[in-house]
Design a protein around this ligand. Structure first.
Ligand code: SF4
Ligand code: SF4
Length: 220
């Protein structure tokens, strides 16, 4: 399964491969940060990172960069687009990201897509990528710039399948009230409750894994 278009034949790359995607000559046109509607869906790692750079809790980010929408019955956060410019809430007037070092994973990925197979994460180039030409080659792990990429890839793969399982659980649930309660528990456990405050988890990944297990035991 992949985070972008599925079913198309495409060349797949590993994190150590070189690909011609680098917009080191990025014009700051902001084209990749506009008109995205509710499609930029941050995961818990992203929201944790956004909290670090903005100093805001998830509740404080609500209406100030993040909004909620329903996707196949699951309530998920998404990055807000401004009504007047259709630009991302975090897009500066100079056309550059104001939270660049802490931007969500899907923004880091651009113009790549990611595909999860058993035990393996692969990357592919999205054809409708950067509007600027003259791209140069870069190693994918360097492009992503995420510390401990293997741990991150493992989390992303598990989160991806976790959301699919949650979607199926919600779809099979007949009771509106139980669906609502599952969604509220999901939001509270994975987005509202701060990370790095669990004494039995030394890393974000341990903390989120512990929450996924607790949620699965209680709900899935
Ligand atoms: S579309 Fe390309 S040139 Fe424009 S802001 Fe995005 S990366 Fe930069
Ligand atoms: S978070 Fe930054 S990189 Fe991502 S869409 Fe918003 S402005 Fe663009």
């Amino acid at each position: 399964m992949s985070e972008r278009a599925e079913g198309t034949r495409r060349r797949l790359y590993g994190a150590q491969d070189m690909v011609r995607i680098s917009s080191s000559s990025c014009a700051g046109c902001g084209a990749c940060c506009r008109g995205m509607s509710d499609t930029i869906v941050p995961d818990p790692y992203d929201v944790w990172q956004m909290g670090l750079i903005t100093g805001k809790t998830f509740e404080e980010l609500m209406g100030a960069g993040i909004d909620l929408h329903v996707e196949e019955g699951v309530i998920l956060p998404h990055l807000m687009m401004k009504k007047d410019t259709e630009g991302c809430y975090f897009l500066g007037e100079d056309g550059r990201c104001t939270i660049h070092a802490y931007r969500p994973g899907i923004c880091r990925l651009f113009p790549l897509g990611r595909q999860y197979d058993e035990e393996k994460t692969s990357y592919f180039i999205v054809p409708e990528g950067c509007v600027k030409g003259g791209l140069s080659k870069v190693r994918i792990d360097k492009w992503l710039g995420i510390p401990d990429l293997p741990a991150y890839e493992d989390f992303k793969s598990r989160w991806h399948s976790f959301i699919r399982t949650l979607t199926a659980r919600i779809a099979a649930e007949q009771s509106d009230e139980i669906r609502r309660n599952i969604n509220l528990y999901f939001l509270r456990l994975f987005f509202v409750q701060p990370y790095n405050q669990n004494p039995s988890a030394s890393t974000f990944y341990e903390d989120v894994s512990d929450r996924m297990k607790r949620f699965a035991d209680a709900v899935l």
